[in-house]
Design a protein around this ligand. Structure first.
Ligand SMILES: Cc1cc2nc3c(=O)[nH]c(=O)nc-3n(C[C@H](O)[C@H](O)[C@H](O)COP(=O)(O)OP(=O)(O)OC[C@H]3O[C@@H](n4cnc5c(N)ncnc54)[C@H](O)[C@@H]3O)c2cc1C
Length: 464
């Protein structure tokens, strides 16, 4: 399939396009262009010719039509959190959905309709007013668009499934400029592909999600010295695989920030962390956590009752936009003693204070969906793992990248053989096929039917 290249546009064509937009058009030299072209990962530095800050569906249709008619490279941006920077491009047109922030909660139907430019923090804010929530991720500044289209792994994966398991329908502007609604009855193939297949099929202008009665949960981090990684990881692995679905917790590493509420003796100390989220009855929480605390008494223990949006945004300030990011990922069925020993080894070699490895459970409700039921294939895996080299200083990039690659190479033979597409860089077709396994062929068929000229090619999962 052909990929678009930059074609120089007539000033009159640009002017006419700008005049049609209710939103705003940015070009090089305009005030706000540099802020407008920046994405979350500061390793990505691209210069689009046009940034259409769309205000509504009509703007999106006009932008898609412009890109198609003039053969422009087209990037679509939701929250801008893509590691490889798929929400921007050199020379072409960026459709920036960041102004499309409409959210409407229906508390009776227990659904929320969310426009394509929202972040998860905005959704949590709106739904929390009704004591309701839908599964998302672990950082509230992440975009609804990209996270959902890749799958969506978060605190509620075990209790309520992945984000896509709670997606009821999506409004999509297709490559030919038509707006369609995809759900289980209308455009079911497209609906199947949107649930894990990435931004390949069109611009999703709104998502409809199912909500759950989740308001105050019992959660937060417990930390242990990093030297205890092997014991704590082994405990967590065995515990979470046997635990009821209302308890979840992801494992990772953290360097303790030098600020309250962290106790001063631990400032700057590298530690391993489990961040918990229990959604069962609060009065039973202390009893449910007693065996955890008894098995491995944490050095620092912040777990307790917490409003859902506060847990969701707890780590936002640690990870602001503008850092250097490089990540590698894999799914895992279980963790062997050998794999745990490798984790313990690389935990002691963190290349920077923000660099980390996370393991997210995807068992329980997420595992009860069949591997062919949505494009997201790894329903048989128990954990999604990501290794992140992260630092503010670009001078450290080589070190971050080398550590992440070496760690991943060592661990990959112990993996399920594929990775979560939302947590990889641009790593080529082999990686994409490994991520989708036997769903890949169907994904390619849906792509050929909805986007035969590959207009939407700026995404990890693009099938060829
Ligand atoms: C700090 C951080 C924390 C994260 N935590 C989690 C987590 O807990 N769980 C998890 O599952 N993932 C997580 N991720 C990964 C995240 O899901 C992906 O980076 C995702 O692609 C981000 O979506 P976005 O809309 O912010 O990104 P963008 O860069 O805007 O978009 C990413 C991709 O999706 C496409 N896209 C976005 N919106 C639309 C739309 N409306 N219509 C069509 N295509 C669209 C873009 O074209 C692009 O290909 C995290 C990422 C970061 C940086």
């Amino acid at each position: 399939m052909s990929e678009q290249t930059m074609v120089t546009l007539d000033a009159a064509v640009i002017q006419e396009f700008a005049a049609r937009l209710r939103g705003e058009l940015l070009q090089p030299g305009d005030g706000g262009y540099d802020a407008g072209r920046a994405v979350y990962n500061a390793m990505i530095d691209r210069r689009p010719a046009l940034i259409a800050r769309c205000a509504d569906v009509a703007d999106v249709i006009a932008a898609v039509n412009l890109a198609r008619e003039h053969g422009l490279t087209l990037a679509v941006r939701g929250g801008g959190h893509s590691g490889p920077g798929w929400g921007t491009c050199d020379d072409g047109l960026v459709i920036d959905l960041g102004r499309m922030k409409g959210i409407r909660v229906d508390p009776d139907a227990r659904t929320v309709r969310v426009e394509g430019g929202c972040t998860w923090g905005e959704v949590d804010h709106a739904t929390h007013a009704f004591g309701l929530a839908t599964p998302s991720g672990f950082i509230s500044t992440t975009g609804v668009g990209g996270l959902t289209l890749g799958g969506g792994i978060g605190y509620l994966a075990r209790a309520c499934g992945l984000t896509i398991d709670n997606l009821l329908e999506a409004d999509v502007v297709l490559a030919d400029g038509r707006l369609v609604r995809a759900n289980a009855d209308t455009h079911p193939d497209l609906f199947w592909a949107l649930r894990g297949g990435g931004g390949n099929f069109g611009v999703v202008t709104s998502f409809l999600f199912r909500l759950h009665p989740i308001s105050t949960v019992y959660g937060g981090p417990m930390l242990w010295p990093i030297e205890q990684t092997a014991e704590v990881l082994k405990f967590w692995h065995d515990f979470i695989l046997a635990a009821p679905e209302d308890i979840n917790g992801w494992f990772g590493y953290a360097t303790v920030p030098p600020a309250p509420p962290f106790p001063e003796p631990y400032h700057h100390r590298e530690m391993c962390v489990i961040t918990w989220c229990y959604t069962g009855p609060l009065e039973r929480a202390a009893q449910r956590f007693a065996p955890i605390r008894a098995a491995h008494p944490p050095t620092i223990d912040f777990a307790g009752p917490i409003p859902w949006p506060a847990l969701q945004s707890m780590f936002d300030a640690l990870l602001p936009a503008g850092l250097q990011w490089y990540w590698k990922a894999d799914f895992f069925h279980t963790l062997s003693d050998e794999a745990i020993a490798l984790h313990a080894k690389y935990a002691l070699q963190l290349p920077s204070a923000l660099s980390t490895m996370h393991l997210y459970p995807i068992t329980g409700a997420a595992q009860r969906v069949g591997r062919g039921d949505t494009a997201f294939s790894f329903r048989d895996a128990s954990f999604a793992g990501v290794i992140g080299g992260i630092d503010p200083d670009p001078a450290n990039n080589e070190r971050l990248i080398a550590w992440a690659r070496e760690y991943w190479q060592a661990l990959h033979p112990h993996s399920a053989g594929g990775a979560y597409v939302n947590m990889i860089m641009d790593e080529g077709q082999e990686m994409v096929q490994a991520a989708y396994r036997d769903n890949y062929a169907r994904l390619a068929r849906v792509k050929a039917s909805y986007d035969p000229t590959n207009l939407f090619h700026m995404n990890t999962t693009r099938p060829t």
